[in-house]
Ligand binder design. Structure first.
Ligand code: TXA
Ligand code: MG
Length: 322
């Protein structure tokens, strides 16, 4: 199969209407999309990326009104929807019957989001069904943030990639679920806990993050976003002593380490912006993975705002999971 990269939204819709699966851009990461209501299309998604069937898919819809076609929207979830959609928030909601079991892996909850990307929204308005879409990486590898990244992993396995440029957020959506008026964060992501607290804080509601061993979502699998090159997060001075006999790369937030040669250092945001750092994270992982390093050493990012999602993805990419 030839894989074409195109900006033609009509063509992308034509392929989807034939139950093909395609790469498509969102503001977080690229997705691998198919008609969520057609089992044939959904099976192709799992097969193209080698994803286990027990791992459910997010469905992408065009607007907030459409959510209630597929799920029951409680008051607090609705408040979050109006605050953050379209955007990098995924709501886990009780599903309606029309959502196929294969999409939710048999769960009675469905994950729904509205991508905040003009091509994705234009595509969703062209078709008459929601799109089931995981990140468009081969299962276990780093998520793609450009059409080329999708091509690198899935060339020959899908007919088309809709090119929408580089993803502006760069880490996956935040997945939340409202349980007993409490907001549970299943996956930290593009919408920060601070953002959520700003919207719901005055109601005295709690935002809690689930411990990874309590959650069955795949964001939680060991080494889920792993580079092929062993990657370690920690104190760079200590890691450097352990690894300095090797050919190593260093990823840092906003500063070079003066005692280490600069050529192998990669600063994600010289101006110290966590937004910019998140945008650059996965492409830096992918670039360095192709450069023949023996190891990639990554410092801890500030544990606030988007820094939490950045640290989370670095930890998941680690060679040895602690
Ligand atoms: O930003 C994003 O969310 C991207 C873009 C393409 O939208 N998508 C994405 O999908 O990251 P994926 O499949 O790579 O990660 C979605 C996570 C998985 O960990 C999955 O297990 C969880 O969401 N998930 C999906 N549906 C679920 C459900 N019904 N119950 C529990 N977890 C669910
Ligand atoms: Mg993924």
């Amino acid at each position: 199969m030839n894989t074409i990269i195109t900006e033609d939204i009509d063509l992308a819709a034509t392929f989807l209407n034939k139950n093909a699966v395609i790469g498509f851009p969102t503001e977080t990461v690229y997705g691998l999309a198919g008609n969520a209501l057609e089992q044939d299309a959904v099976i192709k998604i799992f097969e193209a990326k080698n994803r286990p069937y027990f791992n459910p898919l997010i469905i992408h819809v065009k607007n907030i009104n459409t959510i209630s076609e597929f799920a029951h929207l409680d008051e607090l979830s609705s408040k979050l929807a109006y605050a953050f959609m379209p955007g990098s928030l995924t709501l886990l909601l009780p599903k309606k019957q029309n959502v196929p079991d294969i999409v939710t892996a048999g769960s009675n909850k469905v994950a729904i989001r509205i991508p905040n990307h003009s091509s994705a929204l234009a595509l969703l308005h062209k078709i008459e069904y929601p799109l089931a879409a995981p990140s468009a990486n081969v299962f276990g590898y780093v998520s793609p943030v450009s059409a080329k990244h999708v091509f690198d992993g899935l060339n020959g396995k899908i007919p088309l990639i809709l090119n929408g440029g580089n993803c502006s957020v760069g880490v996956e959506s935040t997945i939340v679920e409202v349980v007993n008026n409490t907001i549970i964060v299943h996956r930290v992501g593009g919408v920060t806990s601070e953002d959520i607290e700003e919207v719901i804080g005055h109601d005295g509601l709690i935002v809690t993050q689930k411990k990874s061993n309590q959650v069955q979502t795949a964001g939680q699998l060991k080494s889920h976003y792993a580079t092929k090159t062993p990657l370690y997060q920690g104190n760079i001075a200590e890691l450097w002593l352990m690894h300095n006999h090797k050919n190593v790369a260093i990823i840092s937030f906003n500063n070079f380490y003066k005692e280490i040669e600069q050529i192998n250092q990669f600063v994600l945001s010289p101006k110290g912006s966590l937004i910019e750092a998140a945008q650059n994270l996965f492409s830096t992982f992918r670039d360095l993975d192709n450069k023949g390093y023996d190891a990639i050493l990554v410092e801890h990012f500030p544990n606030k705002g988007l820094g939490r999602a950045i640290n989370d993805r670095i930890q998941r990419a680690q060679y040895i999971n602690k």
